[in-house]
Design a protein around this ligand. Structure first.
Ligand SMILES: Nc1ncnc2c1ncn2[C@@H]1O[C@H](COP(=O)(O)OP(=O)(O)OP(=O)(O)O)[C@@H](O)[C@H]1O
Length: 245
């Protein structure tokens, strides 16, 4: 008889995390678990600690205390380098190279399989611009090149810091559709945004305020628990009920 399948490790586990920046505590999370295979929105106002938490998840942030486990390994472990993709708020691409050259370069470093570059270009819908220098693309197109770079390695966890900022509504919709396609194939996506509207696009929400988790649940559960009509209302209701100011 085949052995029972083990449940996959959670994509992220956080315990007793404290991060200090500029001499003060900017992230303070007792416990947080992000299940695998979902699109999880990390929402909160500007300065609430979203980018800092994402930096911690990918292992580039010094922490004052606590444990952060990613796909079953300590955040930042060498074994996670090929399993986690990270897209920062500022596009990290070579502006004097074409879209394809950027991706080819990255694919070689990652030893990505043949066809990975074309697939990534298609996924972000940049086929018509593949041979154009990044410097000659719009801001939204350049940020999609950054996303394509993260997709080349086919990561199990994709960490995206405000990926839809500055995009028009059609592109935003297309990107969210892409995120769900990736999740349907088993990828976990941790996506930050300060736009509460984007909550409706996520399977699960982590609401952050002043570096602490105010709520961690699917949107319908949050609406039911607070009686609010939308994510913004739920966020405000939670603050009024005794969240941190
Ligand atoms: N390099 C830095 N040095 C000192 N303090 C910093 C630094 N970067 C961020 N901070 C502070 O850490 C806190 C959290 O910042 P963080 O960038 O994580 O917030 P955020 O929620 O991602 O904001 P935004 O939505 O504006 O990107 C803020 O109070 C910010 O001022």
């Amino acid at each position: 008889m085949a052995p029972p399948r083990l449940a996959p490790d959670p994509a992220l586990g956080v315990r007793g995390l404290r991060v200090e920046r500029g001499g003060r505590c900017v992230v303070d999370i007792e416990a947080l678990t992000v299940p695998a295979g979902q699109v999880v929105g990390l929402l909160g106002p500007s300065g609430s600690g979203k980018s800092t938490l994402l930096r911690t998840v990918v292992g580039v942030q010094v922490v004052a205390a606590g444990e952060v486990t990613v796909l079953g390994q300590p955040a930042g472990s060498a074994g996670l380098r090929h399993r986690v993709g990270y897209v920062t708020q500022t596009p990290s691409v070579y502006r004097d190279l074409t879209v394809r050259d950027n991706l080819d370069y990255f694919a070689q470093i990652l030893r990505a399989p043949c066809g990975a570059v074309d697939r990534a270009i298609d996924r972000v819908d940049l086929g018509d611009h593949a041979d154009r220098e990044v410097a000659r693309l719009s801001g939204g197109q350049a940020s999609r090149v950054s996303l394509a770079m993260a997709l080349v390695g086919d990561p199990e966890l994709l960490v995206l810091d405000e990926p839809t900022v500055g995009l028009d509504p059609v592109l935003r919709r297309d990107l969210w559709d892409l995120f769900h396609e990736l999740a349907d194939r088993g990828t976990t996506l941790l996506v930050s945004s300060h736009v509460m509207d984007e909550a409706t696009r996520c399977d699960r929400l982590v609401l952050l305020r002043d570096g602490a988790v105010l709520a961690d649940a699917p949107l319908p559960d949050l609406l039911e628990a607070t009686g609010a009509a939308d994510a913004e209302g739920a966020f405000l209701a939670l603050i009024e009920r005794g969240g941190r100011r």
